[in-house]
Design a protein. Sequence first.
Length: 185
Amino acid sequence: MTAAFMDTSSVVLILEGWAHRSYLLPDGRRQITELLLPGDMLVSASASDSPDVSITAITAVTHCSFPVSSVKDRPGLAQALRASRTVEEARLRRQIVRLGRLDAMERIADWLLELYDRLEASGSCFGETMPLPATQEIMADTLGLTSVHVNRTLGALRHDNLISMQSGRVVFLDRDRCRSMVGRG
């Protein structure tokens, strides 16, 4: 379902839930460019600006929004938005490296580690456990893999005792080894 929580002149703060921003190719293939998680702040874009880019809810999403014009009158809000954009740019650069240089196992491990770090910052992790409501199709469209390859690679990560998965959750069995594998030390 496409999220209808965006208008053309708002800053949106995700309070709860998961969504993704994606790019649809003319032949119907989709590239998910980023997941939007609790704590993420974004400036909504007009559908007429880029009709092939959309934001879609993965789970129920709770958000708050305010007019872009109100940012200039609130220095704290402007600072938070700048910080959010800086973090978003760093994540997008990491995604470019992930897609361009990492093999499938490294891609998935790196992506899961990034999600863990982001979710931990919002208080959504419990020990080594994090929620993961994303389907294998969403993972594939995010990581430039097929769903079959994602399935096999998740199996290899489980077989190597790096993660376990159960009921929409991922448990890191050896997060340090995952970090080492992808150069996150």
